[in-house]
Design a protein around this ligand. Structure first.
Ligand SMILES: [Zn+2]
Length: 276
């Protein structure tokens, strides 16, 4: 029997790379229990937030979406691009679908996502404020279809203290506590049932420079990527995951065909066959 996915929640940890396995993250672990996780997923080059989140949203490499930090800070992504974000795709497939985007790094909402595709957009200046924002949103829109939440503090810790340091791991653990609070809010409203939840990072750091990222060093390029929910094969031996595949996984889970222009694909082995 087909098990329908009613909504997708994506939680992004900026700058965490694949280093969450060196920290204590009980809330992420619990959310991914029975699902899939890899610490060998690959992001795009250059390993910079604008390019990497751009590929996650738009399903293509940076050479095609053209997003950079600077561009995302200064203008919104064109609504008529041949490389729509998965948010635009979901909105066009179902104009009544409620979509939310919460970010501690403004260029995601101001420049990477197209104007008007998210019904609820929230920029916060510190990760801890994301909890209240999600609580307020889920009161107002109990029947949302798609939610993206970006945490920025881990990357800030990498730039300040060095990626992979003790202080960096402490911020991963603080972020996990905030994630636990958000998941408790959603769980209390039964919004984690029939839900595909995806966790990932946009890039790592500490490769070419202990306090930076942007290089093609494996520490910068390798990220964790996990998901759990309806039809996800438990401990799947899926083919290697690329960050842009996130877009295809969101579309697939919600029963929408990916645009032919996307290079994003659903990693084979991740979902039970014929799950749609
Ligand atoms: Zn980043």
């Amino acid at each position: 029997m087909k098990q329908a996915t009613k909504r997708v929640v994506i939680i992004g940890l900026d700058g965490a790379g694949n280093m969450i396995d060196q920290a204590n993250t009980p809330n992420i672990d619990k959310a991914l229990k029975g699902g899939f996780i890899t610490y060998e997923a690959q992001t795009v080059l250059p390993t910079i937030s604008g390019e990497c989140w751009g590929s996650m949203f738009h399903g293509v490499k940076p050479s095609l979406h053209g997003l950079t930090n600077e561009r995302a800070e200064h203008r919104q992504y064109p609504i008529d691009s041949p490389y729509p974000s998965f948010m635009r795709l979901v909105k066009e497939a179902d104009p009544s679908a409620v979509i939310a985007s919460f970010s501690a790094w403004k260029p995601i909402n101001d420049g990477i996502i197209e104007a008007g595709v998210a019904d609820y957009v929230s920029n916060v200046h510190a990760d801890k404020h994301l909890v209240h924002e999600v609580a307020a949103f889920s009161e107002q829109y109990p029947d949302f279809k798609l939610m993206f939440i970006q945490f920025d503090g881990i990357d800030g810790a990498g730039h300040s203290f060095g990626y992979g340091t003790t202080l960096f791991h402490e911020v991963i653990e603080e972020t996990d506590e905030l994630i636990g609070q958000i998941l408790a809010i959603l769980r209390a409203k039964n919004k984690l049932e029939d839900t595909l939840i995806i966790f990932l990072s946009d890039h790592g750091g500490g490769g070419a420079d202990p306090k930076n990222h942007g290089s093609d060093h494996p520490k910068d390029v390798t990220i964790f990527w996990g998901c759990a929910g309806p039809n996800v094969v438990s401990n799947a031996e899926a083919e290697p995951v690329a960050i842009e595949d996130t877009a295809a996984v969101v579309a697939y889970a919600l029963g929408i065909d990916s645009p032919v222009t996307w290079s994003a694909k659903v990693p084979s082995g991740l979902f039970k066959e014929e799950s749609r």
